[in-house]
Design a protein around this ligand. Structure first.
Ligand code: ADP
Ligand code: MG
Length: 303
């Protein structure tokens, strides 16, 4: 059949486009009204094109009735500024060792640079977002994190001090819920404050997972710079049960920043978040692919 309102050469293209939109309908129905927390990593905002695609995805989610909450990292950007200032970057168990000097850089980069950039990128594409600093107005209450590591060649565990790295204990849910009710997309910098007014750097995955649990979010999406969790042969693991996720934490092929990510998904799901996915933020429109297509992308952890 021919349609003379479209040039023949374009017909297949437009009909395909229309059916793609229609195929999204059941997913739109499924997600409308849900709260979805998205951890937006430093890598996924590395080019203006990716930042623009992310902003449009978030705007689209909002328009169809999802309540997106963005928590951002800033690893690569923080690393860059530390390098310029000759401050060394050190990680233990995927967490940045944070001295006072490092903390000053973390705070500056997260709040003044990255948070503002994400907010303006979302607003530029027609969304209505608002930046929130986790350490201000009691948004994220934290305490200093102490971690246990095994001494080399032994099973002895010891506590080590990694500086101003915090563990979230409480959030002011009302602040976030009020912004959601007012129609905003909250964009949160992962910093926390303790009772003595010390400010802490919180791993952005950890902060996103904690916020997702406290808000009773339906989904937690962690955007990163790999396709998802990779196995020992570097093949993508496309889904994992909660039990399997617990097991692979001890595997040698899981290291660095992937550890806090998996741990975050496990903790969030133990506290009621229904699904969590670790996905590749370098793919344009990764959020739309994950939420509105049959197969989704990345590694999904289910309970
Ligand atoms: P982000 O900024 O997204 O938090 P991180 O560097 O903290 O990025 O964590 C992602 C990194 O985890 C990957 O780039 C990869 O180097 C590392 N990683 C370690 N083990 C794995 C694994 N099994 N599968 C995928 N990535 C892994
Ligand atoms: Mg990380």
């Amino acid at each position: 059949m021919k349609f003379d309102f479209l040039p023949e050469s374009d017909q297949a293209y437009y009909i395909h486009k229309a059916s793609t939109l229609v195929e999204a309908l059941p997913y739109i129905r499924e997600h409308a009204g849900q709260t979805i927390v998205i951890k937006y990593g430093g890598h996924a905002m590395s080019t203006p094109k990716l930042a623009d695609s992310f902003s449009r995805d978030i705007g689209l989610m909002k328009e169809i009735g999802i309540f997106p909450v963005v928590v951002h990292g800033g690893g690569p950007q923080i690393g860059e500024v530390l390098k310029q200032k000759n401050i060394k970057s050190e990680f233990i168990n995927g967490l940045r060792v944070t001295s006072k000097d490092t903390m000053n850089v973390v705070e500056e980069v997260l709040t003044n640079d990255i948070n503002n950039k994400i907010v303006s990128a979302i607003n530029k594409t027609g969304g209505k977002s608002i930046g929130l600093n986790g350490s201000q107005n009691g948004l994220i209450e934290a305490t200093k994190l102490e971690i246990q590591v095994k001494e080399p060649n032994s099973n002895i565990e010891k506590y080590i001090d990694i500086g101003f790295v915090g563990k979230p204990n409480n959030i002011n849910k009302n602040t976030i819920n009020d912004k959601l009710k007012e129609g905003f997309i909250p964009v949160i910098a992962p910093l926390g404050m303790d009772k003595e007014k010390n400010i802490y750097n919180i791993n952005a995955d950890t902060a996103a997972g904690f916020i997702a649990s406290e808000l009773k979010a339906n989904k937690l999406l962690l955007l990163t710079d790999v396709p998802g969790i990779l196995d020992e042969k570097k093949q993508l693991i496309s889904s994992l049960s909660l039990e399997e996720a617990n097991k692979i934490l001890d595997e040698d092929f899981v290291s660095g920043g992937m550890k806090p990510k998996i741990l975050t998904c496990i903790e969030a799901m133990n506290k009621g978040v229904k699904k969590s996915t670790i996905l590749d933020g370098r793919i344009p429109h990764s959020l739309i692919l994950e939420l509105f297509t049959e197969h989704g992308i990345g590694t999904q952890i289910y309970s």
